[in-house]
Design a protein around this ligand. Structure first.
Ligand code: HEC
Ligand code: HEC
Length: 376
């Protein structure tokens, strides 16, 4: 029982941490009633005035900048001032504000990431000059082939996936495998998992642990999470995250999420050459409508045509927080190419989903995604 409670707290904490979101810059009428951090949290001394919704994003930014996780500064409950690192971080926030006020017209020119670069102790040694002699000495190669247009890249992507007909006929996906969560330097946590998706926007994730089964779902209207005997509706900020993740075609036809797309160059990811495409979200894209993110970068394998990375940045009051998703190990499932490994990372958390079995278009009842009625 104790163990179960522990796992529940851990899962809830991880989901809460992963589930934060950052409000759009332009507050709507509804959001203008949003509370400030000090109205919601108990011990806010230097981050007064930031929207409460942005506190967790700010914390992720701080942790990611230092390459640590929450417990580097926090004990439970989080409002306690027990660790010297938390007190030091407060001083650093004030220092950062002063540096920017005095030198950079109050812009976010210097922030935790500028100095810390993923380490608790910023470098005081100049970096070793890194010269790639092979590159310098290589004979000048012929002029590179001209870049394709964004339309060409996307057409090739649709073809590589299996073609428009097959994609349009997709209705459900059942994915089974494991999920490993990496939380800073803590040991990774692997659980067995199942994911049910139904077009256009239903999602159910099931985590199976020795301590019990945990679920999180969105049925198109209501998001909820539950453990063996408890269920709880997800509201506010976490609801937006659930909505976004539930989009069935989020990574598939993809193109209609953007108002403009441009192939900006070639790059290398691991041993793969990629086209880098910059997309500006249109107003209905969940990234823009839910999180206020303007654009992202997409990386397509120049050989296979498949999407292998998405990269975007959230704004927080202290600086930008990157989110990167990699799609690997594509295999054909009834003629549609699907990634069997998905790695995602938003500091300080990363997550690897490895699927052992994916089934396409097996009927799944709508009621599967509904919140269970309270047992009598
Ligand atoms: C480098 C230190 C540091 C790290 C790492 C850090 N925090 Fe914080 N956190 C702070 C400081 C400092 C405050 C208080 C800010 C203030 O006084 O305005 C704070 C405040 C908070 C609060 C408000 C508590 C209350 O009720 O007053 C929460 C919640 C919180 N942090 C969550 C997190 C989470 C979740 C993470 C990991 C993603 C995290 N923090 C990582 C330094 C840190
Ligand atoms: C202008 C550079 C600079 C900026 C900006 C900066 N730091 Fe630091 N920080 C340092 C230096 C230098 C140290 C001291 C390292 C040492 O002990 O040698 C330090 C130390 C710390 C420590 C104590 C580390 C330890 O284990 O002793 C924490 C925590 C910290 N910074 C948090 C932050 C946070 C959070 C931010 C952003 C709000 C931030 N820093 C911004 C330069 C900076």
């Amino acid at each position: 029982m104790k163990n179960l409670a522990k796992i529940l707290i851990l899962t809830v904490l991880i989901t809460i941490c992963l589930g934060y979101f950052i409000e759009p810059r332009h507050a709507t009428a509804q959001q203008s009633e949003a509370k400030t951090a000090e109205q919601v949290y108990r011990n806010i001394q230097v981050l007064k005035g930031i929207p409460a919704d942005q506190l967790l994003g700010t914390m992720s930014f701080i942790a990611g900048s230092l390459g640590v996780t929450c417990n580097y500064c926090h004990v439970n409950p989080f409002d306690k001032d027990e660790k010297p690192t938390k007190l030091r971080a407060r001083e650093m926030i004030l220092m950062m504000k002063k540096i920017n006020q005095d030198n950079f017209k109050d812009n976010l020119s210097v922030n935790c990431a500028t100095c810390h670069r993923g380490s608790t102790i910023p470098a005081t040694t100049a970096p070793v000059a890194h010269v790639d002699f092979n590159k310098i000495l290589a004979p000048a190669s012929a002029a590179p082939a001209p870049l394709p247009t964004a339309d060409e890249v996307f057409d090739k992507y649709i073809q590589a996936l299996g073609g428009k007909d097959k994609i349009d006929k997709m209705t459900t996906l059942i994915l089974k495998g494991s999920n490993t969560q990496i939380n800073g330097p803590n040991p990774p946590q692997t659980t067995r998992g199942e994911i049910y998706r139904k077009a256009p926007n239903k999602l159910m994730m099931v985590m199976i642990t020795p301590g019990g089964t945990f679920m999180q779902a969105y049925n198109g209207t209501i998001a909820w999470r539950g453990s063996n005997d408890r269920t709880q509706e997800i509201r506010g900020q976490d609801l937006l995250g659930a909505k976004r993740d539930a989009g069935f075609f989020r990574n598939i036809p993809l193109k209609d999420q953007y108002s403009t797309l441009k192939v900006v160059g070639r790059d290398q990811i691991g041993d793969k050459e990629v086209y880098v495409v910059e997309g500006v979200f249109n107003d209905t894209a969940p990234e823009k409508s839910l999180f206020g993110i303007q654009q992202e970068k997409l990386f397509f394998d120049t050989k296979t045509g498949l999407l292998i990375r998405r990269y975007l940045e959230y704004s927080t009051p202290l600086g930008k927080l990157p989110e990167m998703t990699d799609f690997e190990d594509y295999r054909s499932v009834e003629g549609v190419m699907l990634p069997f490994t998905i790695r995602s990372s938003r500091p300080p958390f990363s997550n690897i989903q490895k699927f052992t079995e994916i089934t396409l278009n097996t009927p799944v009842e709508d009621t599967k995604f509904d919140m269970p009625k309270k047992s009598p």
